[in-house]
Design a protein. Structure first.
Lengths: 374, 374
């Protein structure tokens, strides 16, 4: 039985471990013993309590395993990945770090490892599907809409953060790099809102976010955009907060004391965004891929809609992210994907037959990817 | 020539002094020498630079005058008024203080002074008009809508503060006391928004504010309400800021430092509310007075609409407040109004012939009070 170690026992890391532990010998490492104990009470895993922010620890830790899953917080992700590659281990990583992953490409090639990065739902599954089509047709336009939302609207924000709230604010502040007519263009965060109607969720509002990431480099597609979905009205509010300066992390002086507005805002705002226990939520992904295939204009629309799983108490956010990751993990372990170096998910999708295998594994877990073509 | 001293050379105090100085010997007192010098450069006034927050100073200062005008900031108003009454001087006051003015009633009667309080536009002119009708009919319902707004809408707030911004936030936070079916009821600030259409201003939104003040005590009218006007959408935003906690003045701890959210909010928000130099603005007042007169159902609607005066560079806020005050000041000086003790403006309106004299003086200054009756 192959041995896998999952670095990080957070919401997604635990869903990943739970999904793999019946087929593989799974160990989970985290600083937080409670999370490890809770998971071990429900699933057949080994646990190691360890401070993963210490790079030396990680390289040592992963020595005896066949595959590593990286599921640590974004701010730690890059260095953790480096340590795993230094140890010469194949890795599938979902941590949403800011650094350019290709900075580790030479190292990964030298060490002869397969390192899949950004392997969640979006980035992740979206990249896989685009990579597949990009290998079979001339893609002119790629649009990706994604969002995780509560079922119940709680005014005034009608939003709950099912992942790290500070990363949510990042999305509202970080300028979005998109591609227009072949050029990378930087758009203001929260810009160009559009209304999109979905069958289950109704009218949602989509705004530019900086989610294309590796695609900006790997895809020669003249028009690419990623937009995040929220209930209507949320974006307008966030714009006001941002424009007034409540998201700023520049210190200002109040009565002789220095304070960053974002620190106060976070303290006041996050209680409003905290989900209730087992709050119903859903994840939506919609891709529109257009171009030319066999001399004809062609358009593909993919939709994924997943809901909180009451049986396993797993959020759709954890499921769609985690099960894309575990699907790719299996394909790395069985040799179906064995490219060396830093491999964003679009490389995985380009390998014949792989995308369908991933869809099958998702279907087995009740995640359905619907496809329409025109 | 009668001698008048104006306490406070702010926006309204200076408009008051400028209006009186051709008919009376006017002195203006303030801590700020620049304001005094600027005013003296344009008008025939005497000036005294003095710290009016020191009560002993005020009693001394007003000794040789026939009438005092109180135009100091709200937080100073009550004590300044007390000092003037102690000196035995008649006074017409516009400062918007929180304390109950009737607390000075015994003192004013002992000293045999006429002390008119809250003598601006609303409270002020609105009270005068209600006092008039209350003396002539059985009033069942009184509705007062008032607001000072910029002509130009600047998103997202579509608002500029033409008086003290911290008092604007007070209006958004302080619960509003209204009268419903004969009982004083406390409504949440910003509650019960309604849309009202005006000829010049278009659709405005009105919400409950705590402006009835002395009327709660002096009028036995079963239904009374005051609402403040804003452009639509402004109130929703203010509710969010308030509900999240940005207007709170309870200290919270950020990184070991204690801070009141309101202090940060004020620093970030007020630049958005600062009017441009000579920015066009307007003041709207609408009163609906209903009841029974001479055995028949009767309804009166009063409207005042005034704009920034480009010739004298005086805001409509200063004009409507200041010229109501100066009108009443003349009537106190010539004996038309000579009731002793604390006199809210509704007492002034109840004296036969006085309201018409006030309307005439306003008309001379291009402030028109239109009246419709049904």
């Amino acid at each position: 039985m192959k041995k896998i170690i999952v670095l990080g026992c957070g919401m997604v890391g635990s869903a990943i471990a739970a999904d793999l532990c019946d087929e593989f010998d799974v160990t989970v490492a985290d600083l937080n013993k409670n999370h490890l104990d809770e998971l071990q009470a429900k699933h057949n895993i080994n646990t190691i309590q360890k401070d993963l922010s210490s790079p030396g620890n990680v390289t040592q830790l992963v020595r005896d395993f066949d595959l590593v899953i990286g599921a640590v917080p974004g701010f730690m992700g890059f260095e953790t990945l480096r340590s795993v590659i230094e140890a010469g281990k194949d890795v599938v990583d979902i941590s949403f770090f800011n650094e350019d992953p290709f900075g580790l490409n030479e190292l990964a090639k030298d060490k002869n490892v397969t390192a899949v990065v950004d392997c969640g739902v979006s980035p992740g599954l979206s990249n896989i599907i685009l990579g597949y089509h990009n290998s079979k047709m001339k893609v002119d336009s790629y649009k990706c809409y994604v969002g995780g939302l509560p079922v119940k609207k709680s005014p005034p924000f009608n939003y709950k953060a099912f992942f790290s709230p500070i990363d949510v604010i990042e999305e509202y502040v970080r300028p979005a790099r998109i591609v227009e007519n072949g050029k990378v263009v930087v758009k203001e965060a929260l810009s160009e809102p559009e209304i999109i109607e979905f069958e289950y969720a109704g009218k949602l509002e989509a705004f530019n976010t900086d989610g294309l990431r590796t695609l900006l480099r790997t895809m020669k597609i003249p028009n690419m955009i990623e937009k995040t979905l929220r209930y209507p009205g949320h974006i307008e509010l966030m714009k006001v907060f941002r424009d007034v300066g409540f998201f700023s992390n520049e210190e200002i002086e109040i009565d002789g004391r220095k304070i960053k507005p974002i620190d106060l805002t976070v303290k006041l705002l996050f209680p409003f965004w905290k989900p209730e226990d087992d709050e119903d939520e859903f994840t939506l992904l919609k891709l529109i891929i257009e171009g030319e295939e066999e001399g004809k204009k062609k358009k593909y629309i993919y939709t994924v809609f997943d809901k909180f799983d009451r049986e396993t108490k797993t959020s759709s956010m954890a499921r769609t992210t985690g099960y894309t990751c575990t699907a790719v993990a299996r394909l790395v372990l069985d040799g179906s994907f064995n490219q060396k170096g830093i491999c964003p998910p679009e490389y995985v999708g380009a390998v014949p037959g792989v995308m369908d295998k991933i869809f099958d594994m998702l279907k087995e877990r009740n995640i359905y990817v619907s496809e329409e073509d025109f």
